[in-house]
Design a protein around this ligand. Sequence first.
Ligand code: NAP
Length: 185
Amino acid sequence: MKNIEPHIEIVVAVSQNGVIGREGDMPWRLSADLKRFKALTIGKPVIMGRKTFESIGKALPNRLNIVITRDADWHADDVMRVGSIGAAVYLALAHLESAEPDPDDLEAPLPDEICIIGGGQIYAQAINMAHTLYVTHVLAEIDGDTHFPEIDENLWLEVSSEDVPKSDKDSVETRFVIYERKSAE
Ligand SMILES: NC(=O)c1ccc[n+]([C@@H]2O[C@H](COP(=O)([O-])OP(=O)(O)OC[C@H]3O[C@@H](n4cnc5c(N)ncnc54)[C@H](OP(=O)(O)O)[C@@H]3O)[C@@H](O)[C@H]2O)c1
């Protein structure tokens, strides 16, 4: 039995006034962010709230999709349903622990990353258990009805920041930032 310490990552795009969503969707068009999201989550278990799943509309390929809902009868193809965030992390961890090591590199570290991909209700409940925040800062004030919690600089250290040039497929300029939880000393 492998004993993996999970590394919990939040992946989010958030405007300068904390908005992440509007009327069940995202209030921007950001090709650069979609590419970053795919690169960060591919191959990893992804945990989301039922409303975020409904807004995506189908399971994300090549990832274990775990959806949190209080509705025990809820079902969707290629998705695992759970009733709490704790159960979602437990299931993701069991999935990581069942993975076979790479036969070509038996010394390689075992995958330990679990991604939490929204939305507002789930971020608010999960930010306290996260180790890393992958934030796409949307460099504008945007109207919306769903928000990300404040990133408290007493708790989070910015370890990387990259300005992303706006292409014609992006409606707004963005900055990719990685935050690591500060150690409690
Ligand atoms: N900008 C971004 O990076 C980003 C990322 C993801 C989503 N979004 C946006 O965020 C919005 C959706 O966020 P949201 O806050 O409305 O919904 P959400 O967090 O995606 O899902 C909320 C649902 O999750 C379930 N849930 C929440 N807490 C639970 C708990 N403790 N136990 C069991 N089930 C629980 C409930 O499902 P039931 O009602 O079925 O019980 C609840 O209605 C959309 O606009 C979406 O586009 C933005």
